[in-house]
Design a protein around this ligand. Structure first.
Ligand code: NAD
Length: 354
């Protein structure tokens, strides 16, 4: 029960189901557009071309150059392609990388966005854009960045490889974990996050057993929507900061980095706000939120240590120093020594918590 809160409202229109990609044309037209550029990564180009075909005269072409961390050079090429095509909207088909490119085009051109997410990373509901220029990643928030419409199509997640299914789900769980203690949380977000934890906990083991299990895919995508909404409407803290440090300064893979850090950042903050993280401890068992998440991660084959993704022990001092450089809100005060300890445990993959 929260004594006081502000609920900002949810502004993005959401279509959820199986086969819902077929509604893309209707949704673009609903926003008042008659030309849209379809975006994807090179890996998902064939799917983007199929989508463009199904859009008929509405499709202004396909730009299949999206890559991780939204490099500005790629965005500039995409903006040229967008302007040359005569499009006034984008349809982003893919994971966070493709959604990021759509946001980067939108913020520069005023384009409306219809996003069709195919991972659980959760960029689609947010007003956050991270961009890389000259090797440095900067992040900004603005209402112009938030997509107008999101179409969740369970069918598109059937092809998500098991490894990415697991790490992407852990990436999503991290949004919920930090939402539980966010100073600007509200009861709607907390309820969504509680529901998402149960859906991931039950759905992910089923997807490892059978990646084509439609009921489990539906559970996982529903949970991803909840977690993306949490990321998009309340503040994040230490966990997202550390993931940003490793992704930005050590070029570690996005989903794996979140997955590895999550039990450790959870345990760190659980020491300060055990009551707020109780829904996580209840969802994953194991006696504590951090320990329970580590047990869950291990049971679903998620990577557990920073050394598995190429971090050297000698990198940890620099990572800790970057992480404490700028002050930010976190439920437990942050200092160099305690962050260095957290990173040591994450480097070794030791089970945290009691
Ligand atoms: P991604 O979008 O890079 O996708 C990883 C790979 O998997 C790509 O090659 C992609 O084409 C492929 N793929 C995606 N869906 C697939 C499917 N269903 N079947 C088969 N292959 C598929 O990775 P991601 O983890 O979704 O996104 C990471 C990026 O998103 C990072 O740059 C991160 O910073 C950003 N992100 C931003 C926000 C935000 O709010 N701004 C939130 C989350 C993530």
């Amino acid at each position: 029960m929260m004594d006081s809160f502000t609920f900002p409202g949810l502004t993005t229109r959401v279509i959820f189901g199986a086969g819902t990609m077929a509604r893309a044309e209707e949704e673009v037209r609903r926003l008042g557009h008659d030309k849209a550029l379809v975006l994807s990564t090179p890996h998902q180009k064939a799917d983007a071309q199929k989508l463009a075909q199904s859009l008929g005269g509405l499709a202004a072409g396909v730009f299949a150059g999206a890559v991780m961390h939204t490099p500005v050079e790629v965005t500039e090429k995409a903006v040229d392609a967008f302007r040359a095509s005569g499009a006034t909207a984008v349809v982003s088909l893919g994971g966070g990388s493709t959604t990021g490119l759509g946001k980067a085009i939108a913020v520069r051109t005023g384009a409306d966005q219809v996003v069709i997410p195919t991972t659980y990373a959760g960029s689609e509901m947010t007003d956050i854009l991270g961009e890389t220029a000259a090797g440095e990643k900067t992040t900004r928030r603005s209402p112009d960045i938030r997509p107008e419409t999101v179409i969740y199509d369970v069918d598109l997640t059937l092809s998500l490889p098991v490894g990415l299914t697991v790490t992407s789900a852990m990436n999503a769980i991290a949004h919920a974990m930090e939402a539980f203690y966010a100073p600007d949380r509200n009861p709607v977000i907390v309820l969504m996050c509680r529901d998402a934890m149960a859906a991931f906990r039950d759905g992910i083991p089923r997807l490892i057993a059978d990646p084509q299990d439609r009921t489990a895919r539906t559970q996982a995508l529903y949970a991803a929507w909840c977690c993306s909404t949490a990321l998009g409407y309340v503040s994040m803290a230490l966990h997202h900061k550390l993931a940003h440090v490793f992704g930005g300064s050590f070029d570690t893979p996005h989903a794996e980095t979140h997955a590895i850090l999550l039990p450790y950042t959870t345990a760190f903050n659980e020491a300060a706000v055990p009551d707020l993280l109780r829904p996580m401890a209840e969802a994953f068992g194991g006696g504590s939120a951090g320990g329970g998440l580590w047990d869950f991660a291990r049971s679903v084959g998620s990577p557990l240590s920073l050394k598995e993704i190429g971090i050297e022990e000698t990198d940890l001092d620099r990572a800790a120093a970057i992480a404490v450089k700028n002050a930010y809100a976190n439920p437990r005060p942050i200092d160099l020594g305690s962050i260095r300890e957290l990173l040591q445990a994450a480097f070794e993959g030791r089970r945290p918590g009691g």
